[in-house]
Design a protein around this ligand. Structure first.
Ligand code: SIN
Length: 348
């Protein structure tokens, strides 16, 4: 039976947080053009009502609408609200697990952010937090949202002895760590998990499970959730014809960090050398990643820290969290905090 959070639920249940996205989207012409739609139209309660019959009878489900947006418009204030809500819910003994319905466009950022701020807590408590969404709107004939939501509910309710607690994502019948999530295709139904090490839900493969445990063991403590304004960090991609002016403009506007998505092994345009040295001298935090989308970047340059295997959007969140943590706890540097969530051993 699905309820809204207005009705306090004291018995064991799964809490579903609605954030919006295509899973809650509606297309004006679903038969003819399902790819033309508005995200974030249906309430999370309605999404649950559509799968009511299929939810196992012993599973109690409660919902709460946090937002109903197209995730391309995701803001840092909403990320703060989401993480604080997840932390509170994890601490509630009646909450067995949490499912978050989210747009796929920026689920990469949210997945990494929740992993870095709430992952250890979820692991310690043996509870699962599952991100899910859809590539087709709710009224499309082949809508993928209902099955994804049902799978996510079942995975959230899995007994702790079958899977450790943590932050996961479920799409197209597969599960992955939320920190591995990234939308890698414009329209494929498995776009968010396309590149992520994952396992079929019904038949968890032992290799994936042992990797999951190794990643969790390598990760440090959760970083604090930023309150108020987050550190300002931008992403710049190196490319043919890259201009130094863009870096100068950012420095003069007060940017606190820049993620540099370099070519190949993180190469940056020679014309950026001088302004980047200026940026480092002025205390702007610099992190380097690769625009190729795969592989590891371990070599640090003079001024920039290597983001290992993190994509630019993940490295940006990691840098924001690290800058914030270094402000909260002055005994460590932002580089120390960055390493805690970004630098993992080779098994990745
Ligand atoms: C969104 O990210 O909110 C829209 C796209 C999607 O969910 O697939």
């Amino acid at each position: 039976m699905s309820k809204n959070l207005d009705q306090i639920e004291n018995s064991s249940h799964i809490l579903v947080l609605g954030m919006g996205g295509t899973i809650a989207g509606l297309a004006p012409n679903p038969e003819g053009k399902p790819s033309s739609y508005r995200a974030g139209e249906l309430a999370v309660e309605t999404l649950l009502a559509k799968i009511q019959e299929a939810i196992p009878g012993d599973l109690k489900v409660v919902s709460q609408q946090l937002a109903n947006i197209d995730s391309r418009d995701l803001g840092e204030d909403l990320l703060t609200l989401l993480a604080n809500t997840v932390k509170d819910l994890l601490g509630n003994p009646a909450v067995q697990g949490i499912v978050i319905t989210h747009g796929t466009d920026t689920v990469e950022e949210t997945g990494f952010f929740l992993s870095a701020t709430c992952g250890k807590l979820a692991e310690k408590l043996g509870k699962r937090v599952i991100l899910t969404g859809a590539m087709l709107p709710a009224n499309a004939p082949q809508a993928d949202g209902p099955l994804n939501l049902l799978d996510a509910l079942k995975w959230a309710a899995t007994a702790p002895e079958n899977c450790p607690g943590g932050i996961f994502a479920v799409f197209a019948g597969k599960v992955c760590l939320a920190r591995d999530l990234a939308k890698r295709h414009t329209s494929a139904l498995n776009a968010p998990l396309m590149d992520a090490p994952s396992s079929p839900l019904g038949l968890i493969n032992p290799g994936w499970m042992s990797r999951l445990r190794a990643v969790q063991a390598a990760l440090g403590e959760d970083l604090p959730i930023p309150e108020g304004e987050w550190p300002w960090v931008e992403i710049l991609t190196s490319h043919a014809g890259a201009r130094p002016l863009v870096i100068e403009l950012l420095i003069n506007s007060g940017v606190q960090g820049i993620v540099l998505a370099g070519t190949g092994l993180g190469g940056l345009h020679e014309d950026w050398s001088h302004p980047l040295k200026q940026a480092a001298k002025k205390g702007v935090a610099l992190v380097k990643t690769s625009r190729t989308g795969a592989g590891v970047l371990a070599e640090e340059s003079e001024d920039a820290l290597a983001a290992t295997s993190l994509s630019a959007p993940r490295a940006r969140i990691a840098l924001q969290l690290a800058l914030n943590a270094a402000k909260v706890d002055k005994s460590l540097t932002w580089q120390d905090f960055f390493a805690r969530i970004a630098v993992l051993p080779e098994f990745r």
